[in-house]
Design a protein around this ligand. Sequence first.
Ligand code: SF4
Length: 449
Amino acid sequence: MAKKKQNNAIICFVALGCPKNIVDSEKMLAEIAQAGFLIAAEPENADVVVINTCGFIAPAKDEALEAIKHAVHCKLNGAVKKVIVAGCLSERLGRQLFDQADGIDAVVGLGQRDNIARIIKKTILSKQPATFLAQSPHKISDDRDRLLIGPRHRAYLRISEGCNHKCSFCTIPAIRGSFRSKPEELVLAEAAELVSAGAIELNIIAQDTTHYGRDLKIKNGLCKLLQTLEQINRLKWIRLMYLCPAGIDEKLIETIATSEKIVHYLDIPIQHVNSKILRAMRRTDTKDQLQQLIEKLRSAIPDCLLRTTVIVGFPSETDRQFDELLDFIEWVEFDALGCFKFYPESGTGAAEMSAQVPEEVKQQRLDELMLTQQKIAFAKNKKRIGGKLTCLVDSVDDEGIGRGRFYGQAPDIDSICIIQNCSAKSGHFIDAKVVGTKDYDLLVRQMES
Ligand code: SF4
């Protein structure tokens, strides 16, 4: 009787962070649903709130603390009984998280992800706050059997965990451990499962996808994996995210160029281009190498669209070094770009460096860089007006306005296509004509088939 009452508890799950964390959230959601718990969208309607946090830079931590504060507020109002915090921030701070936010009932580390249902039951019965941190949190997880947060026709396929690069600004290796490839048979089984559940787009993710297989001593591991994934019949789009520039070689470029399914969109975080800054970041690339890579990609794959991520205000970055980055951005004309201000995260080498850049200078540089990118993106969008695209429809509202993406738009992070008069259902491809732009988005009209 008591057991039935526990499993009747209503859980609100708050999924924060990057696609890698989304995969963990989807896995936890499946565990929660399989254990017989009900799931609510809002904390106000739940007995237990589980927050899967990100914690790699200050804004992510602030977002997590805000979500915790809101859940605790609901608890004080009597709606919520327990607040459970999981994910990267829990792994990073462990027990210290109790000091950073009042009212948390359980802190759950990454290695306890698959025990979340059991932890919820325990926490409901417990009167004391508790931590659930695994002895060895850095195993390779089985991500099959997930409850997808987004539409079923697209999914993330995580092919590895952790990172070996040790960039001086990054907390990820400390949080998620060193690089471990997921065994190929597990990746393929997961891909097959996602496709048979309706996925036609798989977005390949890792901390560095180019590194796939190296720890398993597999030569050209990513290329081999991609060639096998391509054989999956109903799969239409394979998208590569998080490609470290230094890992992109001729073989990978050729694999992408000749593939019928790997979309010609590459996400290549460069972080900076000034050689001194790159060295201080402990990145192995040089500006010349980055430049040559872009030229090589554009010559081998002429319709290749590029996304990158950069950091401004890294310690000792001068105006001149920032201008060098800005010039490079203007030269490449990336199709999409994410820019972060440098955050001195505790435990990283860069946090200890002298010559930290003042906050207002970082903000100025961020604003200037994003304005430059905006001009590039808007001009590129304008050039598309009158052209035709193939769009994957993600959703359609009651008025027939669809939201979709062409191959140059990754889910969740990029702009979208707003589809007027959309008669296709979500998960279908349509031919569309670009008729205008709305900020970063494209306005398109479905063409008669
Ligand atoms: S490549 Fe560098 S920035 Fe990316 S996760 Fe690894 S250490 Fe962090």
